[in-house]
Design a protein around this ligand. Structure first.
Ligand code: ADP
Length: 432
């Protein structure tokens, strides 16, 4: 059969076929479709030679193997949890995987062909803009890696922090390809900042009552004997109040750390559930506020008691926290309503204020540990960002929930719901 071929081609058939396999392998990775077609076109010619029929078979097997490997690689890149971007030497995007679409909300179709700087340049922690040129300045084959953390603006004014790790492929002194892996580190940064804010807030919260405690104790030591009984009682009351404040704060910290390490639940939180009237507990929790001369707080109870199974002390802690927040985060001349009602098997109590309210995107996050809304009003009020976290965990451990909403006009509404006792009983004892 080889006689049908030009004799020169016949002599070269074996080495040429071996080369062909390697070439096909490389070319298939780069341009699979085009080369498969070429291979198909070459097939009759190759098959014409009996000596290289087996080589053709090997090439076909190799082609299939490469096709499968390529498919697997494509899947890995597409489905990887981290963002992967491939840049050509012109700094334009050649690949933008699914994770990048999720992280940046830019579809691959919009990203492909665009300049890196249009998509991923942004300010770093110092505020300096990191462009591709600046980042890769001075890079060479001996040290082909660079990293940067940058801030990018998303739709709706949200900002994300991205960590971009660049690995470059060099040919000689010039780079031909830049593989960028991208991680969204926004949450990590938030946690780091929350921790720093928390340490500052706790130090402040503990120092504030200590200063008067120290002062008053010194006063009692130096002049206690000569003080009138009334003044001495006054001083002692202040010391007791401040000490209680510190004790509460320390208890909150311990409770939060127990929930974090052991998980939430009635047992972990040491709850003692007993038949309780939500109206009565609310009345007691609000007693101090209801006595205020400004009469800011008004109670709107239902005609009947709201019987629930709860730990009255912990329930009171939830309500005191909501009432104290309503005072801290709304102007002093605005009313605060405390409304109680039953609703479809639930006993509900809502604390409604007319303050600035909580921004819509923060309504869930304010229940995160240590989270405080970053606005002047929150930052001038004392706090650690633990109150709502603990309130929600306590309510959940009693079978209920705490939720926040924005009032239609202005202000916030914090609603606690707990299952009515009848509801619990009917759930436990099936009706005959
Ligand atoms: P703290 O008051 O100690 O900061 P909380 O966990 O009780 O902690 O509240 C978390 C955050 O939720 C507050 O820092 C504040 O930004 C916001 N917040 C809570 N209650 C209100 C409210 N009634 N009105 C507006 N913002 C509120």
């Amino acid at each position: 059969m080889t006689t049908a071929l030009p004799s020169r081609l016949g002599q070269l058939a074996v080495p040429a076929a071996t080369c062909l396999v390697a070439m096909v392998a490389v070319l298939l990775l780069l341009e699979p479709e085009g080369w498969l077609l070429t291979l198909a076109a070459l097939a009759p010619l190759v098959l014409a030679s009996g000596r290289i029929t087996s080589v053709a078979a090997t090439a076909a097997t190799e082609t299939e193997r490469l096709r499968q490997e390529r498919a697997v690689l494509e899947h890995v890149v597409r489905l990887a949890g981290d963002g992967i971007v491939l840049l050509g030497a012109d700094g334009r995007v050649r690949l933008w995987n699914q994770a990048m679409e999720r992280i940046t909300e830019v579809p691959a179709g919009d990203a492909l062909g665009r300049r890196y700087d249009d998509l991923l340049a942004g300010p770093d922690a110092s505020g300096a803009r990191v462009t591709l040129n600046r980042l890769l300045d001075g890079i060479g084959p001996d040290d082909p890696h660079r990293s940067a953390e940058i801030r990018i603006s998303m739709a709706e004014g949200l900002e994300h922090w991205l960590c971009c790790d660049h690995s470059l492929k060099f040919e000689g002194r010039s780079w031909t390809m830049d593989v960028v892996t991208v991680h969204d580190v926004t949450r990590m940064r938030e946690v780091e900042r929350a921790k720093a804010d928390f340490v500052a807030a706790v130090s402040h919260e503990l120092r504030t009552p200590i200063t008067p405690i120290k002062g008053y104790v010194e006063l009692l030591r130096a002049k206690g004997e000569s003080m009138s009984e009334e003044l001495r009682q006054d001083v002692l009351r202040t010391v007791a109040e401040r000490t209680n404040h510190m004790a509460r704060l320390i208890e909150d910290l311990l409770l939060a750390s127990r929930i974090s390490s052991e998980g939430p639940g009635a047992v972990v939180l040491g709850l003692r559930l007993e038949p309780t009237d939500l109206v009565e507990v609310t009345r007691r929790a609000a007693a101090d506020y209801l006595r205020e001369p400004t009469r800011r707080v008004t109670l709107e109870p239902p005609p009947q008691p709201l019987e629930i199974s709860a730990d009255p002390l912990r329930l009171s802690q939830i309500l005191v926290n909501l009432l104290s927040n309503a005072h801290k985060y709304s102007p002093p001349d605005t009313p605060i309503r405390v409304r109680l009602w039953r609703d479809d098997g639930w006993a509900k109590v809502a604390v409604i204020d007319q303050g600035l309210g909580v921004p819509a995107e923060e309504l869930e996050r304010i229940f995160d540990k240590f989270h405080r809304v970053e606005d002047p009003m929150t930052m001038t009020a004392s706090g650690t960002g633990l109150g709502l976290y603990i309130a929600r965990e306590l309510a959940r451990a009693m079978g209920g929930e705490v939720e926040a909403s924005r009032s239609p006009q202005r202000g916030s509404t914090f609603t606690v719901r707990l299952p009515l006792a009848r509801q619990i009983a009917s759930a436990v004892v099936p009706s005959p």
